[in-house]
Design a protein around this ligand. Structure first.
Ligand SMILES: [Zn+2]
Ligand SMILES: [Zn+2]
Length: 361
């Protein structure tokens, strides 16, 4: 037996189907190549093992003849990886039937909502826009309107392309189902390719008469003002997704809007994650004697008490005076680097005083 499928799934030889399925689910989650820390090779192996052990009939043949039998086509051909991954990724238009394996069930929660859309639902194009905000706006978070020229649903027919007074009728091509089905036999069973009806675009109905406003397309290109809420603490180059704010499509769901946020350089602060860095230049006498100074912070001025003998180059940490953490509680810190300014020209008196000081210390 060249490959021990039981070992690959980490189950006993007498494991129940439920145990095998559980083991597969756990490992598939762990090694799925689309996830961080995934491992495609390992995932393929797990998949191969489950294709056999997850099916009682194949499992019996495997127990009898071993994995070589499976690989030489004894189970109906080698693994068609592309088809499998397409199913695993929940591509539109594909429904898989792997005997008693339900891939939707297995992969549904790996990809969250991605399989939630029914197969064949069309989606409008995504749009990406760039916006620039100030560091102060990063601190507070902002709401901003952006104007975007995009495809919107026709306001007269509400997107179905039919003249409202006459309505729609059942599509004669798909008989109202909106889908055209084709059966194909592949690897582990039947592969049903389901495509959207090209006549009705999946709606199952067609206009009695086209809407005059949009000429039946259901779509009007127009300028839209969209209110964007940019949360506090966002990173430079961070992208926010606004679901359904992309381009509309007839008989489908609107695409998404991606907003890429750029942050303007700040005249005082450098940013590193939620921390802010700035310089503070003082006279050497202020450092030697100690002093109280008012310095700018991101949310207003604050008072800093410098103890006598502070060194130039020292970094003062002000806890919780940085930016808010992005989508977490708390704030970063502010770091103030102390610089010293030496006088370039000394008055006679100043020179005399410094010379006296020099002797004193
Ligand atoms: Zn219309
Ligand atoms: Zn149709």
């Amino acid at each position: 037996m060249s490959k021990d499928y039981y070992k690959i799934l980490g189950v006993l030889k007498n494991a129940s189907q439920e145990e095998i399925k559980r083991a597969f689910r756990r490992l598939a989650h762990q090694y799925h190549p689309d996830k961080a820390g995934g491992d495609e090779q390992k995932f393929k192996e797990i998949n191969e093992a489950y294709q056999v052990l997850g099916n009682e009939e194949k499992r019996q043949r495997y127990n009898q003849f071993g994995a070589d039998f499976a690989q030489q086509g004894g189970f109906g051909g080698g693994t068609n990886w592309e088809d499998f991954m397409r199913a695993a990724r929940g591509s539109d238009g594909f429904n898989f039937n792997f005997g008693d394996l339900d891939l939707g069930d297995i992969f549904g929660d790996i990809f969250g909502g991605r399989r939630g859309r029914t197969a064949g639902t069309r989606k409008g194009n995504d749009i990406s826009v760039d916006i620039e905000i100030s560091l102060e706006e990063v601190f507070s978070g902002i709401s901003r309107n952006v104007e975007i020229n995009k495809n919107n649903l026709c306001s007269i027919c509400r997107g179905d392309g039919a003249e409202p007074s006459l309505g729609t009728k059942v599509c004669d091509k798909c008989k109202g189902s909106g889908k055209i089905r084709e059966h194909r036999r592949i690897l582990f069973g039947t592969f049903i390719q389901e495509s959207v009806c090209d006549k009705c675009g999946g709606a199952g109905k067609i206009p009695e008469k086209n809407c005059l406003h949009c000429k039946g397309t259901g779509i009007i290109k127009s300028r839209d003002s969209i209110a964007l809420n940019i949360p506090a603490g966002i990173e430079d180059g961070g992208a926010l997704q606004f679901s359904g704010e992309g381009e509309a499509i007839k008989n489908g769901v609107a695409g998404d809007l991606y907003v890429v946020v750029h942050i303007k350089p700040h005249k005082i602060f450098q940013r590193k994650n939620a921390d802010l860095y700035c310089d503070l230049t003082l006279k050497f006498t202020q450092l030697a004697l100690g002093c109280g100074v008012e310095i700018p912070a991101i949310d207003g001025n604050l008072k800093l008490n410098m103890s006598a003998g502070t060194e130039a180059g020292e970094m003062i940490q002000l806890k919780g005076k940085g930016l808010p953490n992005f989508q977490r509680y708390g704030r970063g810190d502010m770091y103030v680097k102390i610089k010293v300014k030496m006088p370039k020209k000394l008055s006679k008196n100043a020179k005399k005083l410094l010379e006296e000081l020099d002797k004193e210390i």
